[in-house]
Design a protein around this ligand. Structure first.
Ligand code: SF4
Length: 403
């Protein structure tokens, strides 16, 4: 099965990235991620951790504030240059909660003046008043989960919104002052042909926004779609159609001024997501909230996925996370996963200089095979996936991993 869509961002490794950022910004950088684990309705394809009862919002926010304070040393005084509200559905929050969380960050961490503050929002939650409040809170990057402009698709996906006010929301956001807007799109939806998807792609471009994330639908265990698939109520999309939609996405967005800078991400010049790029560039980040992940270049940590347990463990000063220290082979594998996702690719020289002989020999041997099959190419001294390679990136990574 072709698989070029990873819906979860993974941890990055690469001193090169860190070095470039230090060179560019003149200081070390770090990111903070808030997980807001509430969704009023579960989408049919989603396996992210969330709960539907919004009663516990206040408790979660107060627990996240406590966690922030408890872990104020985690980033070792590095300057916070990105803050990201993700979920779940952050747009379920009152602005008073957003202000409390941001104030807590500012009171406990050093935050850069130009900090990118992204807020994921469900279109249904966005009104003129709420957007204006978000802007006043300091949110400067809006990520709207549009997914499709087609009402039949939105219904099929189990989304809360319809297509009616999508353009209105984005126009209002721009009028209010948001000049860094991203939207999500999904392709590869069974039962809907490429023309229908292409209409959404065109509508997205017509919005004149700065960033588009386009993911192929993956049917993960534990979702309604997985159940329907097992019961033969839906079927997976034909691979040729999927490839066609992926190729059309790249061609159309590039033609319209977007750079394809990561497998699923496209940005106008200067508008790459700084926060997500930090995952691919070995930048430290602190993940706050149930199921949030953290990384500090030595280890990875992930918080317990259960909100109740998370809140009670924080309250009772019990451990609320697991930790994994990264061995050289883990770091090598992470470097591959994260680097090969991006248009910057990976560096042969970096691997030679930073990993042991066994890893290096394994890598060189496997890399030769990939070159022979035209799955990778050399661009400015970096190894990047070819378009053929992107389509089978999971297979490539499996072969390159050092286990
Ligand atoms: S709104 Fe987002 S996080 Fe919530 S169920 Fe839908 S896709 Fe998942």
């Amino acid at each position: 099965m072709i698989n070029f869509c990873f819906t979860s961002w993974v941890v990055g490794f690469g001193l090169i990235g860190l070095f470039l950022h230090q060179l560019f910004y003149g200081y070390s950088m770090a990111g903070i991620y808030f997980h807001i684990p509430f969704c009023l309705k579960k989408c049919h394809y989603c396996d992210f951790y969330s709960r539907s009862d919004p009663n516990g919002i206040e408790e979660i926010v107060q627990s996240e504030i406590k966690e922030l304070i408890l872990r104020r040393d985690y980033l070792e005084n590095e300057i916070v240059t990105t803050i990201y509200f993700g979920g779940g559905t952050p747009s379920i929050l009152d602005t008073k909660h957003i202000i409390e969380l941001l104030n807590c960050v500012r009171n406990n961490f050093e935050v850069s003046n130009d900090c990118e503050i992204t807020f994921e929002a469900n279109p249904d939650d966005l009104s003129e008043i709420y957007l204006a409040d978000l802007y006043r809170c300091g949110i400067n990057r809006l990520s709207v989960g549009i997914q499709s402009f087609n009402d039949d698709i939105l219904k099929f996906l189990g989304r809360r919104h319809d297509s009616k006010k999508l353009n209105y929301i984005v126009d209002i956001a721009k009028l209010i002052g948001f000049d860094n807007i991203s939207i999500d799109l999904i392709f590869g939806i069974p039962g809907f042909d490429t023309l229908v998807y292409f209409d959404s792609l065109k509508s997205a471009v017509q919005m004149n926004i700065q960033h588009i994330s386009a993911y192929s639908l993956t049917i993960a265990e534990g979702t309604l779609f997985y159940k329907l698939l097992k019961n033969n109520k839906i079927s997976e999309i034909n691979e040729d159609i999927l490839v066609d939609q992926f190729n059309q996405t790249i061609d159309f967005l590039v033609l319209n001024g977007f750079e394809h800078y990561e497998i699923s991400n496209y940005a106008k010049e200067g508008y790459q997501s700084r926060h997500n790029s930090s995952y691919w560039n070995d930048i430290k980040y602190l993940g706050i909230g149930p199921s949030a992940h953290s990384y500090n270049q030595i280890s990875r940590q992930w918080n317990v996925s259960n909100s109740k347990q998370y809140c009670s463990n924080i309250k009772e000063s019990k451990s609320f996370y697991k930790i994994e220290y990264l061995a050289p082979e883990d770091k090598f594998n992470e470097y591959l996963i994260t680097g090969l996702r991006t248009s910057k690719g990976i560096s042969k020289k970096f691997i030679f200089e930073n990993f042991n002989d066994k890893i290096w020999h394994h890598f060189s041997r496997e890399l030769d095979k990939l070159f022979e099959q035209n799955l990778v190419s050399l661009v400015d001294e970096s190894i990047v996936l070819t378009r053929k390679g992107i389509l089978i990136s999971d297979f490539i990574l499996r072969n390159l991993y050092f286990v």
